[in-house]
Design a protein around this ligand. Sequence first.
Ligand SMILES: Nc1ncnc2c1ncn2[C@@H]1O[C@H](COP(=O)(O)OP(=O)(O)OP(=O)(O)O)[C@@H](O)[C@H]1O
Ligand SMILES: [Mg+2]
Length: 340
Amino acid sequence: MARNIYGLDLGSYEIKVYDKRKDTIWKEKNAIALVKEREIFAVGDEAYEMYGKAPSNIEVAFPMKEGVISRFNDMQFLLQSLLKKDRQFSRGAEYVIAVPTDVTEVEKKAFFDLVIHSNARAKEVNIVERAIADAIGLNLDVEHTNGLVIANFGGETTELSILAGGGMVMNRLLKVGGMAFDEGLVNLIRHRHDFLIGRRTAEYLRKNFGVFTSDAESMLPVAGRDLITGVPMQKTISITLARAAMKEPLLDCVRAIQSLIDRTPPEVRRAIQKNGIFLTGGVASMPGLESYIEEMVGIPTRTALEPDICSVIGIKKIIQSKELRKLAYSMLDENYRWMR
Ligand SMILES: Nc1ncnc2c1ncn2[C@@H]1O[C@H](COP(=O)(O)OP(=O)(O)OP(=O)(O)O)[C@@H](O)[C@H]1O
Ligand SMILES: [Mg+2]
């Protein structure tokens, strides 16, 4: 049987996997539940479900922070457990991994080490810049574009990239994502109402309000704890609070897109004006984000069909196509500029 190939897009919020043998894409939360900081209790979606609900001896940890691996051993264990859930997991597989660009070489290499130095005994590991994977997932012509912007709005990061002349010419990783919006909302509700909600409740509000599209009277009831009486109760929250919490972080993204474009040569800028901005990442599922960016930046903006899995769809295409394969490369390769 041919060796299996896995395509990985490891996000701070969710791990996305393409399995070549089965030709499937699946995703699971990037979370691990530990008992007494050592024993593994649960992984993936199951671990995430326990977040905020687990007894005090169980810690739910998130092995990635702001787009990079912060708990290497947990990440390695989590990934292998998820891959092994599928009984057909075979050692010695090949891996193609999407990596962020605007991080240190050590942080980038950790993605590589994750599978190469593990008992998965990877046969071959190649990496691809995430923005390139996104562009392929979007069916864009990476090789011939004269200028376009990709903005990947993820769980803990927003990665902005400019592609031109066959590759990436500029990239910036902002530490702003779904989580920053949700934490902002938790804090705002605490201050305004003396009411404490969890991060997952804040995420529920952000997903269900229609922040960009609903009218100003929208309200949603949520469960939380009254901080004055200490009693758990329900409270109705107004959409204006969700909007207020998202305003500043969103403006940070807009300003970063503008300043990145401002730094490109005029001919690339003209091409971007024409070709536009493309949104990917889970947060881009929010209806109306596209029009908001288009209006604020003043450049036509479109969203990927399935923004959360756009990168891994790109990796799938790279794995399947001989021609696109060259977009992925080994960090051990002589031509890999930085590792020598
Ligand atoms: N339908 C939706 N509406 C609003 N937000 C959504 C929706 N679906 C997913 N999200 C948000 O998208 C975020 C996750 O996106 P994604 O999977 O791209 O992140 P990630 O790749 O894990 O993180 P990062 O790239 O920052 O490391 C979460 O904050 C989640 O709340
Ligand atoms: Mg991501």
